[in-house]
Design a protein around this ligand. Structure first.
Ligand SMILES: C[S@@+](CC[C@H](N)C(=O)[O-])C[C@H]1O[C@@H](n2cnc3c(N)ncnc32)[C@H](O)[C@@H]1O
Length: 226
């Protein structure tokens, strides 16, 4: 299974062996399976709230002989059917939480819940790699409020849609900007197109909350003001 450009960009951010990787909101589990295949972590945990999806995924993983789960304690992978907001982050040297393919507002709520439900000393060794569908501005503001700092960010143009891949942790002081200051390259026609799309989108939102969206538009325009 070839990963989409978006999922491949996330996969590429995992360059060192990890203790635990969580493929949250995993659905089909393509990303986690690619990581499992290249033994990117000692333990790979797939999480989604839809039972039928998780039953299918568990059956698929079990049928792959070399990945066969022998006993829970030593298993390389685990499938959890539950709310991602309730995952229990264990103490470990290196851990990655991946959340992709859900709206930015839901994604922020999930991170807020994970933060509230887990010990800060456990969260300190976690890298969060996030790729929301829309609402990245609100997500970024919320991540910053939680005290997360930026590791990396990039724009991915995949199948005629723009995505942002945002890598954050509690272990860095690099401030997360509202508009992703580090990810833009305005010599790229694609990036210029993404900026125009965002500004057009937020212009359409002005009738909902003029004051707030005027500020958002101004922030995106400032990216190219010299
Ligand atoms: C579009 S899929 C994303 C699949 C994959 N991560 C990707 O990016 O291609 C979104 C998945 O999020 C799951 N989901 C939504 N809210 C959830 C929650 N609170 N806890 C666990 N899974 C959730 C849905 O069941 C669905 O399978």
């Amino acid at each position: 299974m070839k990963l989409s450009k978006r999922l491949a960009a996330i996969d590429a951010l995992i360059t060192e062996p990890e203790d635990i990787i969580w493929d949250c909101c995993c659905d089909h589990g393509y990303l986690g399976m690619a990581l499992l295949k290249r033994a990117a972590a000692n333990h790979l945990i797939f999480v989604d709230i839809v039972a039928t999806l998780m039953n299918d995924l568990e059956a698929q993983l079990s049928s792959i002989n070399k990945l066969q789960k022998t006993c829970d304690k030593n298993s390389q992978w685990q499938v959890l059917c539950q709310d991602v907001g309730k995952i229990e982050i264990a103490q470990s040297k290196s851990q990655v939480v991946l959340i992709a393919g859900v709206g930015g507002e839901l994604l922020l709520r999930l991170i807020q819940q994970i933060t509230v439900n887990n010990l800060s000393e456990h969260l300190n060794n976690v890298r969060f790699i996030l790729c929301p569908v829309h609402h990245t501005y609100k997500l970024r503001v919320g991540l910053k409020q939680l005290g997360l700092g930026l590791i990396s960010e990039q724009i991915i143009y995949d199948n005629k849609r723009f995505y942002e891949v945002i890598e954050v942790s509690f272990n860095t002081n690099n401030e997360i900007s509202n508009t992703g200051n580090e990810m833009w390259d305005f010599t790229s026609a694609e990036h210029a197109m993404y900026q125009r799309q965002l500004i057009n989108h937020y212009n359409k939102m002005l009738n909902k909350d003029a004051l707030y969206y005027q500020k958002v538009i101004k922030n995106y325009q400032e990216l190219t003001d010299s």
